[in-house]
Design a protein around this ligand. Structure first.
Ligand code: SF4
Ligand code: ZN
Length: 311
């Protein structure tokens, strides 16, 4: 058994960080975790002191953790407003349980809660879209459809709720995976646009990821220590084979060489401005059909909806 590394703390440690060998008692771990998020927010200038921040809460570990940590940090900034919003994609047997936990956690945190569903926004649930297109040639995978429709839904909800920023629960592992995934797929444009809290269009609410420096394993620890419940079921459609391979590869690298994930993110932050310069402006305009921001004449969501004939 080890003692907590914090000077003056006499408690027994329950966690040793593989990154720096420091040991933490439960209380000091909570303080360390919140400080790390606070530093990320301030280093990346994610918020101003009077922002209305919409937290995209799915009910899973990452977003529930973000909700409670932001609530904790926000107490020092009385002009900041937090609102929680859940997207109901319409996935039977999965979303209902997650939605309940998202709502319960928002109530516990004392944060206003709302839900936006695919059905009300697009006229069909994800289950219906998937069932309707099953077996068709060239049809997108459920996660690709879901990702496009969810991004648009989050932006519309943020605007309607008067939010200045959208905060999502992506953690360090997610971000390192995304960088590598886009490199391997050759999607440099996506890399250039990743994680920029700058508002590029008046209808596009900037997104930030305050947990981007938190290693994935520390999130359930934080929730456990603070007795916070979250949804643990996996979505029945989850199956990005390439991301799974990258996740496993990065997991092994991080075990062998602690710090690899941070190195990927820091390298990416240095490369990104160069990428953005060379790719030129994003050329954001309004989609001809829905009048939402888009990089092409017709936005990806409308292409999906039009193709599937759900309007
Ligand atoms: Fe949507 Fe895929 Fe996530 Fe399920 S796993 S919620 S389909 S993105
Ligand atoms: Zn559109």
């Amino acid at each position: 058994m080890r003692k907590c590394s914090k000077s003056n703390c006499k408690n027994w440690a329950f966690y040793v960080s593989p990154l720096n060998g420091r040991s933490f008692c439960q209380e000091c771990f909570t303080a360390f975790f919140i400080n790390k998020v606070r530093r990320t927010i301030s280093r990346k200038k994610m918020f101003t002191t009077n922002d209305r921040i919409m937290i995209a809460v799915s009910g899973g570990a990452d977003s529930v953790c973000l909700l409670h940590v932001l609530k904790n940090i926000e107490t020092k900034f009385p002009k900041v407003e937090l609102i929680a919003m859940t997207i109901d994609e319409g996935i039977v047997g999965y979303r209902d349980g997650a939605l309940k936990l998202a709502q319960e956690n928002s109530e516990r945190a004392g944060v206003e809660f709302s839900v936006v569903s695919f059905k009300e926004l697009y006229g069909a649930s994800l289950d219906e879209i998937v069932a309707n297109t099953a077996g068709e040639k060239g049809v997108l995978k459920p996660c690709s459809i879901c990702g496009v429709l969810r991004r648009k839904a989050i932006n519309i909800a943020a605007r309607e709720l008067g939010a200045d920023r959208v905060a999502t629960g992506h953690n360090l592992d997610d971000e390192a995976q995304t960088v590598l995934l886009n490199l391997l797929r050759g999607d440099i444009l996506h890399l250039a646009r990743l994680n920029t809290p700058i508002q590029k269009h008046e209808k596009l609410i900037p997104r930030v990821k305050p947990l981007e420096n938190i290693p994935e394993p520390e999130i359930p620890l934080y929730l456990y220590v603070n007795k916070i419940q979250y949804h643990t079921f996996s979505c029945p459609y989850a199956e990005d084979a390439m991301r799974t391979d990258i996740r496993q590869f990065l997991y092994r690298q991080e075990q062998k060489h602690p710090g690899t994930l941070h190195s990927i993110l820091r390298s990416f932050e240095k490369i990104q401005p160069v990428l953005q310069k060379s790719m030129g402006s994003d050329g954001i305009r309004l989609c001809k059909i829905c009048l939402e921001p888009s990089v092409s004449e017709i936005c990806k969501a409308c292409k999906i909806i039009e193709k599937e004939n759900f309007t």
